[in-house]
Design a protein. Structure first.
Length: 317
């Protein structure tokens, strides 16, 4: 295959807790794949199988960090339909069949960059210290080994092919599902960097082909597909509050998506800023939900550890 694929490796011990807080969301409320964020899981009943879910924000708006948190949460969870079959005294190798499988296609960032972000979020280690080992603290080093082991122990596969076509992605996703016997989540970062199935002159027509193909892929694989998308500059003209019409380049994104999520904050800052210790208030907005209600909630983004955390304040439509 072109590009690099980072696969999990057996042998680690998953001792680091998931990024999100889905443990507070009753299991009988979740019919799809749990995102790890209790408010979102309650509103969506989990990430719906065969659903196309769009996560959109302005450049630097935290969308990669958010979906990486979600992917990490999914990887750390056990398949609901298998949980009752698992016994504590079962052989450890049997546990492999109970793990969720995630395919993360990163057309912008390298797998090394994403793994560093995963380690920062999981181990609560500031990203800038991971990137500059000489400034790491003793506690950072103690946390790093079990954190990397927990990541390597899970079935989170990262493909960082930069000019991936929808046909190549479908082929790789099919192969992964065939090899592992299941596929619980596909992530595409991000939509506007993908190559369309056929050559068309207008960019909005190309995006339309891609979104239709992604929706078809979700149905074929029977798993949620999360695709990231950029928002147009018009968002900044409305006090930063995004609308569905702000989805860049095509109304087909809104049309084909089952769910559209927006991330919004007053001032966009670099997710990797080394001085991001102060949590940034964020709005997580469900702008479209084909199968349920919309609404929004407040979250905190801890940029130093690339981690989204839920807070109690909530706004409903």
């Amino acid at each position: 295959d072109r590009g690099r694929t980072c696969a999990s490796k057996p042998g680690g011990t998953a001792i680091i807790s998931p990024v999100g807080t889905s443990a507070r969301c009753p299991g009988d409320m979740i019919t799809g794949v749990p995102s790890g964020f209790s408010w979102l899981d309650k509103k969506l009943s989990g990430l719906g199988r065969a659903h196309l879910i769009i996560v959109a924000a302005r450049p630097g708006g935290g969308k990669t960090s958010f979906v990486l948190n979600v992917a990490s949460n999914v990887a750390a969870s056990i398949a609901k339909e298998k949980k009752d079959d698992w016994q504590d005294d079962d052989a450890p190798e049997a546990y492999e069949h109970f793990k969720r499988v995630i395919a993360f296609f990163s057309l912008e960032m390298t797998s090394d960059d994403l793994i560093l972000r995963l380690a920062a979020a999981r181990g609560m280690i500031p990203l800038y210290r991971l990137r500059t080992p000489k400034v790491m603290h003793d506690d950072d080093w103690r946390n790093l080994s079990p954190t990397l082991a927990s990541i390597g122990d899970q079935h989170l596969y990262i493909d960082d092919t930069s000019d991936l076509s929808i046909h190549e992605m479908r082929s790789k996703a099919r192969r992964l599902k065939a090899e592992k016997g299941r596929l619980d989540l596909v992530v595409v970062d991000y939509l506007q960097l993908m190559k369309a199935p056929s050559k068309v002159e207008a960019r909005h027509l190309e995006i339309a082909e891609i979104t239709r193909a992604l929706k078809g892929l979700a149905k074929e694989l029977d798993c949620p597909v999360i695709a990231l998308s950029q928002l147009s500059r018009k968002t900044e003209e409305r006090d930063g509050k995004p609308l569905l019409s702000h989805l860049r380049e095509s109304g087909s994104i809104e049309q084909d998506a089952d769910v559209v999520l927006f991330l919004s904050r007053e001032q966009a800052k670099d997710d990797d800023a080394p001085h991001g210790e102060t949590p940034v208030p964020m709005d997580l907005i469900i702008a479209k939900n084909r199968h349920g209600s919309t609404g929004e909630t407040k979250m905190h983004f801890h940029g130093d550890i690339v981690r989204f955390m839920e807070i109690t304040e909530e706004y409903e439509e």
